[in-house]
Design a protein around this ligand. Structure first.
Ligand SMILES: Nc1ncnc2c1ncn2[C@@H]1O[C@H](COP(=O)(O)OP(=O)(O)OP(=O)(O)O)[C@@H](O)[C@H]1O
Ligand SMILES: [Mg+2]
Length: 240
């Protein structure tokens, strides 16, 4: 078996009495695309934040290996510089700045001054932000902002991309554009996508890992997982 891009071993994260991530063993292969689904509060965002160092690991709470390196004790900026990019569930764009300014600041986190201009242009082209590049982010429509958020991640040239609910609040043709963009990103990077929108998840066509109460409920091919009675059951009362 080739080296995993991400491997977690018995990963656990507790907040007081709540076990948000519960002994998760997870493996993502090189250039793999994986969807992570599960009802509200299942631990998906917490899992992402453990991978990126936003939530430090407590002693004895498992291990996280990224391309074989134990990142358990590393700070978020170290993990970003390794090549791990995350679009969080909560927006991280700066509303008062233009799209290009936001992208430039993101590029600057991993590149020298001289490279930032060309990096920004590359992202504008890849994500298709040309028409809105000079607009202030605060005045954009929701779907456009989601694309800018993804652009910010790509400006750091990550080889592992984590997208937390990129399709939230977007519709129709925008969803299709997003699916295409994720396919494009996946040509050079491994990608994990968290989302609730089953239609979107189906369109991505990737293997799925289902989280429930912090643990992995099941894992497998999209068709098998979405047909699994246990998966349907945990979504009842949440989203069908
Ligand atoms: N910073 C925190 N402090 C305390 N509890 C937290 C914190 N972050 C998450 N939790 C709790 O951990 C559990 C998992 O939350 P998490 O946000 O990871 O779920 P999720 O699967 O991303 O849900 P959603 O689909 O609603 O985004 C929940 O019970 C939540 O209340
Ligand atoms: Mg979440």
């Amino acid at each position: 078996m080739s080296e995993a891009v991400v491997e977690t071993i018995e990963l656990t994260k507790r907040f007081g009495g709540v076990t948000a991530v519960d002994r998760v063993n997870f493996r993502l292969g090189e250039r793999e695309l994986r969807c992570l689904i599960g009802p509200n509060g299942a631990g998906k965002s917490t899992f992402f934040k453990c991978l990126t160092g936003q939530y430090p690991l407590d002693h004895g709470s498992g291990r996280i290996l990224i391309r074989g390196n134990d990142v358990g004790g590393l700070r978020p900026h170290h993990i970003v510089r390794m090549g791990v990019g995350i679009k969080t569930q909560v927006p991280s764009v700066m509303n008062g700045l233009t799209v290009m300014e936001n992208l430039w600041l993101a590029a600057r986190r991993t590149h020298g001054w001289d490279r930032c201009g060309s990096e920004v242009q590359r992202v504008v082209d890849e994500v298709g932000l040309g028409d809105i590049a000079r607009r202030t982010v605060g005045e954009l429509a929701h779907g456009q902002r989601q694309m800018v958020e993804i652009g910010i991640v790509l400006a750091q040239e990550p080889w592992l991309v984590l997208l937390d609910e990129p399709a939230a609040g977007i519709t129709g043709a925008e969803v299709e554009r997003l699916v295409n963009l994720i396919g494009q990103i996946n040509k050079t990077a491994s990608v994990i996508v968290v989302d609730h929108d089953m239609e979107f998840v189906r369109m991505l066509g990737a293997d799925i890992t289902v989280f429930y109460q912090g643990a992995v409920l099941t894992e497998g091919h999209v068709d098998d997982v979405l047909a699994d009675a246990r998966v349907r059951e945990v979504y009842i009362g949440n989203r069908a």
